[in-house]
Ligand binder design. Sequence first.
Ligand SMILES: [Zn+2]
Ligand SMILES: [Zn+2]
Length: 136
Amino acid sequence: MAATGSATIRAVPPTTFRGGEILGIRIPTVFEENDGKVCGGCGQPIEGTPFRISLLDTVAAEVPDSWARRARLNPGPHQFHADPACFHAWARARDILICRLSQVREIMRPVAIPGPAARWGVCDGVHREAHEFVNA
Ligand SMILES: [Zn+2]
Ligand SMILES: [Zn+2]
């Protein structure tokens, strides 16, 4: 029974260390917390499956060179909580307008806002009316 409580010492090469235990001391790993599962809007960890939003210009896909030169938005996919407020916060932080006729969907289309300053709006592109871009 004397051996029951003795500590087990394991050699853990640093090159392969991915969290876990060193000399019996538990190391809370940051590797298991996939840092891709942090909400792009509020910065909080996402439990379960994140809501992914891609910014894809379906029209400009026919002219990739033009799209590449004009692309100022990371097409993503960006990950958020399943709450439109988180996507709005993300857009607001980047000075991106959101069309108020649009829902927050998994695929949003970037739309260049005419004007002296380069600015973008996003819309789901579902409605037929003219876009009505407003601050996120
Ligand atoms: Zn969030
Ligand atoms: Zn719109």
